[in-house]
Ligand binder design. Structure first.
Ligand code: SF4
Length: 328
């Protein structure tokens, strides 16, 4: 079975945008691939090095959301990146051959600098973060990497680093291909992309009354100022959520025409959305709660996941060390 690696930075509680995008794809991949899912704490340190007080707690929240979403520790290896030290070791090795210009020109680097303007990211590690990203993927010699439709360019530098390594030292790494995964549009309560940093998220673990409160006040089509104004679902962020979470096509049609003719109000439309999100989240929240009260179970998941990951990682590093000519 082909191996697949994917990671997520531990930024704390995940939201329903993560669920509809990455996590749904990840749970599906478990059927066809040998999956390695890492909570990439070294990556979090690269941008949040000044205050690490919440790092452990954030890793735990991400783990709970993953398990709740159906990432199955019996089928996939779930681990903390820093627990598999070979990630850092391979990053060091790949750093030897990665030209500085590639890093300076990397689109993700430029994008992150723009996104995180309130932080001092002029560090050695931050410039090199695509090298660590490449190490994460290449360590498992993955042939495919799941990436959202909007991010396929991000894998290019990993492929270039693999190619350059193989050119110098022999064919150690496959050049991973993108495994395009659907990324539905999930706006936050203010209509912008759902993101923790915008404070517009509906979290996977939010209590139902809190979710309703957020939905009730969510932005709608700005043209619908009054109940009697007709609206356009295509201009409404609530509608984007219906598209993702409401599987009832007949009901969606009825709501869309009710919106256009002003036959229904936004609150009714949101109530229907809420009931679908509630149904969608029920089994996920239940699974999450099951793990939440059992820290020893979480430790066991991580221990088992790291052990499995380490087995592959060690094999790769043995080949890398030999290829580099390091004395055994
Ligand atoms: Fe949006 Fe629904 Fe209101 Fe139409 S009725 S503007 S789709 S919330």
């Amino acid at each position: 079975m082909n191996r697949v690696f994917s990671g997520m930075r531990p930024t704390g509680k995940l939201h329903i945008g993560h669920l509809a995008g990455a996590l749904t794809n990840w749970t599906r991949l478990q059927d066809d691939y040998d999956c390695y899912y890492g909570i990439v704490d070294w990556h979090a340190l690269m941008s949040d090095y000044a205050d690490t007080s919440r790092l452990g707690e954030n890793c735990r929240e991400v783990l709970l959301d993953w398990l709740g979403s159906g990432i199955d520790p019996e089928r996939s290896s779930i681990f903390i990146q820093s627990h598999v030290v070979e990630h850092a070791e391979l990053a060091l090795a790949l750093g030897m051959i990665t030209p500085l210009g590639w890093l300076e020109r990397c689109p993700t680097y430029k994008e992150q600098i723009l996104n995180l303007q309130n932080k001092d990211l002029g560090t050695y590690a931050f410039l090199g973060y695509p090298v660590l990203m490449a190490a994460d993927i290449l360590l498992y010699r993955s042939e495919k990497v799941p990436v959202g439709e909007d991010q396929s360019a991000h894998l290019e530098i990993t492929r270039e680093i693999a190619r350059r390594f193989n050119y110098f030292y022999g064919p150690i790494f496959p050049e991973p291909e993108t495994l395009l995964t659907p990324t539905p549009k999930v706006p936050g309560t203010d209509g912008r992309k759902m993101s923790k940093s915008y404070g517009n998220s509906i979290n996977i673990s939010d209590e139902l009354p809190e979710i309703w409160q957020k939905m009730r006040t969510m932005k709608t089509d700005p043209a619908r100022e009054r109940r009697s104004d007709p609206g356009d679902p295509d201009k409404c962020p609530v509608w984007d959520l219906h598209r993702v979470f409401n599987p009832d096509g007949g009901e969606r049609e009825e709501l869309a025409s009710g919106c256009r003719s002003a036959a229904i109000g936004c609150i009714d439309c949101k109530k229907r959305l809420f009931s679908h999100v509630e149904r969608y989240l029920a089994p996920i929240q239940e699974r999450r709660r099951h793990y939440e009260g059992r820290p020893e179970l979480l430790d066991e998941v991580l221990r088992h996941g790291a052990e499995k990951a380490r087995k592959v990682a060690r094999e790769t590093m043995t080949a890398v060390r030999e290829a580099l000519g390091l004395l055994r």
